[in-house]
Design a protein around this ligand. Structure first.
Ligand SMILES: Cc1cc2nc3c(=O)[nH]c(=O)nc-3n(C[C@H](O)[C@H](O)[C@H](O)COP(=O)(O)OP(=O)(O)OC[C@H]3O[C@@H](n4cnc5c(N)ncnc54)[C@H](O)[C@@H]3O)c2cc1C
Length: 413
């Protein structure tokens, strides 16, 4: 029987929506029917003069992926906080002094190190792109069941609607219901930390620089926004994060200013406040017959390296490239396990490296309790003094290291 869709993507966050747009763009996948299912109402355009609380450091590789179907170009410069420098230092040192690392776009052939962009704006740029509007069927509803048949998967939504598809893609985030319904297990560790987030105005300009200071309780990052403010991501204990959410504004201003050693002068809260629990999670496998995972549904990482959504966008691009190669080599069905396993081998090994690396950074710098000051200081100084190692860190942070999908490369062929 003819399935309703060839590809049904469950979860229309940035990663799932991007996967839908990439499927719609790929000429090998032309003619396939694509659905995107999300429990929330479809994305609406964010007001042009507002800057939303949730932002991400979007890497060069992600910029290329989003440019491959014209989503990136539709984000106005007013919302692209390009950063040219990144300064990371230990609480016992000084920025650009000893025990610090300084990354500069000037040391690379890139115009900047990346952009700080609102999540909602990236999401809307994908939903508003022409290929997405022309080719993707958006369905609102929460997934309630997956039923696996030899030739298709039946996707059931909470209101009873049912759809058949050759392939179901799970992109429904860290607490993925689709992953659980597909019987895929995870390894996970709670960091017993939370990220406090807000936006601030600073007395001195941010100088298009991402600042990160390693404090005893965890790193405090100031990320430069396009409008001159900075976005805060402060990893700390869950209790401290909650206190920061509830405290008097003047108290939070004082803590934020002292936290960054007054480098940007006086700091004033200039946005809503929130806190998010942090954990490390990796799915034991990424696929089974007719089902595959991408994005946070497959892995979640500590935000200290700003990589979560960037890894997810590379998953989406690698999956579509692998499915297209399968079709090209005469595999007529996108749900075939052979293609899904190829994708899994590719991305699981890349993500395992990234997760291990970020977890090691967290072990060294996530909280100063476990590692003596001298070791942390030595680590920062050594990396800063070794151009090759520094270059490796920089290329990984920009997402341009490792085995990249074609759409994420500078030259695609
Ligand atoms: C404080 C903080 C800072 C961060 N900073 C960065 C950064 O600088 N750079 C970076 O790359 N990453 C960063 N991240 C990580 C990044 O936010 C995530 O990796 C990213 O949002 C994951 O996107 P996703 O589309 O995979 O999942 P999600 O954004 O979680 O989207 C999942 C979607 O699935 C839908 N859904 C859920 N359940 C169902 C269901 N049952 N049925 C149907 N739909 C469902 C949801 O409505 C949602 O739309 C940060 C994270 C935190 C917490």
């Amino acid at each position: 029987m003819r399935p309703d869709f060839h590809i049904a993507i469950i979860g229309g966050g940035i990663v799932g929506a991007c996967a839908a747009a990439l499927a719609a763009t790929n000429s090998e996948l032309a003619g396939l029917r694509i659905a995107l299912i999300d429990s929330q109402p479809a994305s609406i355009p964010p007001p042009e003069d507002e800057i939303d609380l949730r932002v991400s450091a979007v890497s060069r590789a992600s910029e290329r992926v989003l440019s491959s179907f014209d989503a990136w170009a539709s984000i106005s410069d007013k919302h692209l906080g390009a950063y040219d420098e990144m300064v990371v230092w230990d609480a016992t040192g000084k920025p650009r002094g000893r025990a610090s690392i300084h990354f500069s776009a000037g040391d690379s052939s890139e115009p900047n190190l990346g952009h700080i962009v609102e999540n909602r704006r990236v999401l809307w740029a994908i939903y508003a792109s022409r290929v997405f509007r022309d080719r993707v069927t958006v369905l609102q509803g929460a997934l309630s069941n997956l039923s696996f048949e030899p030739d298709n998967v039946e996707v059931t939504l909470a209101d009873g609607r049912r759809y058949t598809t050759q392939l179901a893609i799970g992109s429904d985030g860290a607490d993925s219901a689709s992953r659980a319904l597909a019987g895929i297990e995870t390894v996970a560790r709670d960091y017993s930390q939370a990220a406090f987030v807000t936006h601030v105005s600073t007395q001195r300009p941010h100088q298009r620089t991402a600042w990160q200071r390693f404090l005893p309780g965890g790193p405090l990052a100031y990320l430069p926004l396009a409008d001159g403010r900075s976005s805060i991501v402060w990893t700390t204990t869950p209790e401290h994060a909650q206190r920061l959410v509830a405290a008097e504004a003047s108290e939070v201003d004082a803590q934020l200013s002292a936290g960054i050693d007054h480098v940007l002068g006086e700091v004033t809260l200039a946005g809503p406040r929130a806190s998010f629990p942090l954990r490390l999670m990796h799915a034991r496998s990424y696929c089974r017959e007719r089902f595959v995972l991408i994005g946070d549904a497959a892995h979640t990482v500590h935000p200290l390296a700003g990589q979560g959504v960037n890894l997810g966008l590379l998953d989406a691009a690698a999956l579509m490239e692998t499915l297209a190669a399968g079709i090209e080599s005469n595999r007529s069905d996108v749900g075939e396990l052979r293609s899904l396993r190829r994708y899994e081998r590719w991305r699981k090994s890349e993500n395992t490296l990234a997760l291990g690396f970020i977890d090691a950074l967290h072990g060294l710098f996530g909280s100063t309790k476990s590692v003596p000051d001298v070791v942390r200081r030595w680590g920062l100084e050594s990396v800063d003094a070794m151009p090759l190692l520094k270059g490796f860190f920089m290329s990984r942070a920009m997402g341009i290291g490792g085995e990249l999908p074609k759409v994420a490369r500078a030259t695609r062929y």
